[in-house]
Design a protein around this ligand. Structure first.
Ligand SMILES: [Zn+2]
Length: 118
């Protein structure tokens, strides 16, 4: 799956996102600011693992979000293990973001299975 396809899958399940021609237009999960990206290339947005993979997060859609590159970078920097923020603070942030993701959730058509692809 390409970056554009993966970001599109996430946008399909986020009710703030709508298609505008070649783009998806919606809101960043972290800052709620306006965000648009090219559905084909993913250009303009970054895929966020709400709970980082290194902290036990998975690749399921509910753990993925479309965010600004700058927001993704800032979250990563703030929670760098070397900065010794507490595990409880991290869990609270993740819980807030997961809750926001669920509040925005929109049921999407099931994705085509890999077997359907040429
Ligand atoms: Zn943002």
């Amino acid at each position: 799956m390409t970056r554009g396809e993966l970001l599109s899958r996430v946008a399909e399940t986020d009710s703030t996102f709508n298609r505008r021609g070649p783009d998806w237009v919606g809101k960043c999960l972290i800052c709620n600011g306006p965000l648009a990206f090219d559905a084909r290339t993913g250009e303009g947005a970054t895929l966020e693992h709400i709970r980082a993979r290194g902290r036990g997060g998975g690749d399921n859609l509910a753990n993925l979000a479309v965010v600004h590159g700058s927001c993704n970078w800032e979250k990563g920097r703030r929670w760098d293990p070397k900065r010794r923020r507490s595990r409880a603070d991290y869990d609270a942030l993740v819980a807030r973001l997961l809750e926001k993701r669920m509040a925005r959730w929109r049921d999407a058509p099931p994705p085509p299975s890999r077997a359907d692809r040429p």
